[in-house]
Ligand binder design. Structure first.
Ligand SMILES: Nc1ncnc2c1ncn2[C@@H]1O[C@H](COP(=O)(O)OP(=O)(O)OP(=O)(O)O)[C@@H](O)[C@H]1O
Ligand SMILES: [Mg+2]
Length: 290
């Protein structure tokens, strides 16, 4: 039985008569401890899909299930890292994480709670900034706090909505490695939204492309059959890695070509330039995984 499941899920927004269906007949089955990356264009419905999995939104039709049970609302079993990292501005880094930890582990003693929070603050490299408030942090640091807060809750399922998108390439690469290390050490079910093909191939067991909306749906999965543990430097030399990036990018671009012009404004393109390997020039991916 799949651990996390969307069955024929459709969801739209807007008043009656002017309703736009964002997601149509979406089906997804995620196995326990599987790492799935969902990739798609901006505005296609990725955050909507994550909100459905989190239970923050209910489908118009269809069902969301976790471990066989119907998802009816949010739960600490499904930790979400929001795209806009939503931290409480009046609490410090430590305080933001501590608040979540005390909700999920109310029986911790003060010392246990402190040690637990410090472990996750250190995991994302923010020990030096533990006493700062979000207003005193850079965007990337805030995103790391948000990631640490969700990891510290030790949810069964991690729902990551473009958790690294606001970071510069180097910090992003570091955190990808960190995420890979954490996941390999402490496997759990992950659904990660990304618009970065490299990131998806580096991290995931399977890439699931989301077609262009309105009425977006998930296309057939692309398995990432590259053995683990993965090393970004070695990956760059693997023909299988290049092929996966190429195939994924081509598929995403084909969604835009298939789209009739009259169907509304085109969503903005994620940072995926067209693939061209024939000349030996590297155009895909978004950047070299250095
Ligand atoms: N609560 C809402 N009310 C009305 N429309 C909404 C709501 N939430 C999302 N939408 C619309 O649904 C569509 C998909 O939005 P969503 O945020 O899921 O896209 P996305 O793929 O996450 O985009 P991005 O990559 O830019 O984050 C958009 O057209 C958006 O305007
Ligand atoms: Mg989004």
């Amino acid at each position: 039985m799949p651990f996390l499941q969307l069955q024929n899920v459709s969801l739209g927004f807007g008043p009656h008569g002017r309703r736009t269906e964002v997601l149509r007949e979406v089906n997804l089955s995620v196995k326990e401890n599987e790492f799935v990356a969902i990739i798609g264009f901006s505005g296609s419905g990725k955050s909507t899909l994550i909100n459905l999995l989190a239970g923050l939104q209910n489908p118009d039709t269809g069902e969301v299930r976790m471990d066989g049970a119907l998802v009816r609302g949010p739960s600490p079993e499904r930790g979400i890292v929001f795209q806009n990292y939503s931290l409480l501005p009046w609490l410090t880094v430590h305080g933001n994480i501590e608040l979540a930890v005390s909700r999920v582990f109310p029986k911790f003693s003060r010392a246990e709670r402190r040690a637990h929070v410090e472990r996750y603050v250190s995991m994302v490299g923010l020990s030096h900034a533990a006493d700062r408030r979000p207003g005193q942090l850079s965007g990337g640091m805030r995103q790391r706090v948000s990631l640490a807060r969700t990891l510290a809750m030790q949810p069964k399922v991690l729902l990551l909505d473009e958790p690294l998108s606001a970071l510069d390439a180097l910090t992003r690469a570091n955190l990808q490695d960190e995420l890979l290390r954490i996941w390999e050490h402490d496997r759990r079910t992950v659904v990660m939204i990304t618009n970065d093909v490299d990131e998806a191939v580096l991290l995931a067991d399977r890439i699931v492309p989301l077609t262009v909306g309105p009425g977006a749906t998930l296309a057939e999965s692309i398995p990432v059959d590259i053995p683990r543990p993965r090393n970004r430097t070695e990956l760059n030399h693997l023909p299988a890695f290049r092929k996966l990036k190429h195939d994924t990018t081509e598929l995403l671009l084909s969604f835009k070509k298939d789209r009739p012009r009259s169907s509304g404004p085109a969503p903005s393109m994620p940072a995926i330039p067209p693939a061209d390997f024939s000349s030996g020039r590297r155009i895909v991916p978004t950047r070299e995984v250095a």
